[in-house]
Design a protein around this ligand. Structure first.
Ligand code: ADP
Ligand code: MG
Length: 333
């Protein structure tokens, strides 16, 4: 990071301070009053399903889209009043998607480096370093038009890292990547933050937010429905979490009814069937539950009490992911 950046960043507690952001497309409330506060130097996860409004939010923060209402500051600079300054402080993956198809990966990275004012030698060294880091060394000389989707994604991130901007927006950086490349990406993101950058990443992967993020905002239908550290979010659904597999899937509805009656909570059914999860405030209630299930003649295949996963937090908060449940819950609300 350059010294000029460093000075700006050192003065600001918040990399992002957004308040009441709204964006409507026709009658679609894509972003419906989003507040975000991202501490400088952290990894912040915006977690939500497809269509939740993640990309639209990022585009507004990155000055690529004008909000209909609300305001946002990046390291204290207003995105509407000082877009030029803001643009110098941020990197957005996706913005380099229009790299030159006929040129090789190395050539593309060298060109970006040169545009950012690095010398020819520095540019070459930087390009080699980044290609090595992203496992693209072997493909370095091939023209981009022969690259797979995963390779493009990695090159895209590599290009956005040349300048090492203080704030990096990563919009679903690992969606569609194989596990090995995903792990590489995670390492890179952690390294970026160690060297002083702030990262705001969006993800649909609960595990990814859990793994990487210091704080998380859960977003659904254009609204932040929960915010906090991973532990806080996990805590919000109880101290433990019940996992139940039943022998016969036809007992599913009865089993869920009993779970909900005994524990006095909402349960969730896994899509593959036969599995029920539910938050538990007191692990010892499991005895009452077992008795009730046996009285109804419901046979269990497996039962465990665990620390809640982020997945369950998400299910509990948004009601997403359990289709047959959704109408029921909306009816109650
Ligand atoms: N340029 C656009 N024009 C019209 N509708 C849009 C546009 N961009 C996004 N949307 C809609 O806004 C909603 C939120 O989209 P998006 O921000 O891309 O969600 P996410 O990134 O969380 O998947 C979706 O319903 C999407 O169809
Ligand atoms: Mg998106």
């Amino acid at each position: 990071m350059s010294n000029e950046y460093r000075k700006i960043v050192e003065k600001a507690d918040w990399a992002v301070e957004a308040s009441g952001l709204v964006k409507t497309f026709g009658d679609n409330h894509a972003v419906d009053g989003v507040d975000l506060q991202v501490p400088t130097g952290s990894i912040y996860g915006v977690l939500g399903p497809n269509g939740a409004g993640k990309t639209t939010t990022i585009r507004m923060l990155a000055t690529l889209l004008r909000p209909d209402a609300g305001s946002a500051k990046i390291f204290g600079y207003d995105v509407a009043k000082d877009p030029q300054i803001v643009r110098q402080l941020i990197g957005v993956t996706g913005q380099y998607a229009s790299v030159d198809e006929a040129l090789s990966a190395t050539e593309n990275l060298v060109i970006f480096s040169r545009l950012l004012g690095l010398s020819r030698q520095e540019s070459k060294r930087k390009a080699e370093e980044l290609l090595e880091e992203f496992g693209l060394t072997e493909a370095a000389k091939r023209p981009l038009k022969n690259f797979s989707g995963g390779m493009r994604r990695r090159l895209d991130l590599a290009a956005s890292l040349i300048a090492q901007p203080p704030l990096i927006f990563l919009d679903e950086p690992t969606t569609g990547l194989d596990p090995r490349t995903r792990n590489q990406m995670w390492d890179t993101i952690r390294r970026l933050v160690k060297s002083g950058s702030t990262v705001l990443l969006t993800t649909q992967y609960l595990q990814e937010a859990d793994e990487l993020a210091d704080r998380i905002a859960v977003i659904d239908h254009g609204r932040v429905v929960a915010e906090g550290t991973v532990d806080e979010l996990k805590g919000s659904i109880g101290t433990s979490s019940l996992h139940l597999s039943i022998q016969h899937t036809q007992d599913m509805q009865d089993a869920r009814r009993i779970v909900e009656q005994v524990l006095k909570v909402q349960s969730a059914a896994s899509p593959e069937g036969g599995k029920i999860t539910a938050p538990m405030a007191h692990a010892d209630r499991v005895t009452d539950l077992l008795i009730a299930l046996r009285e109804q003649g419901i046979q269990l295949a497996e039962l465990s009490v665990q620390k809640p996963t982020l997945d369950e937090v998400f299910l509990t908060i948004t009601g997403e992911g359990v289709k047959e449940d959704k109408q029921e819950k909306e009816g109650i609300a």
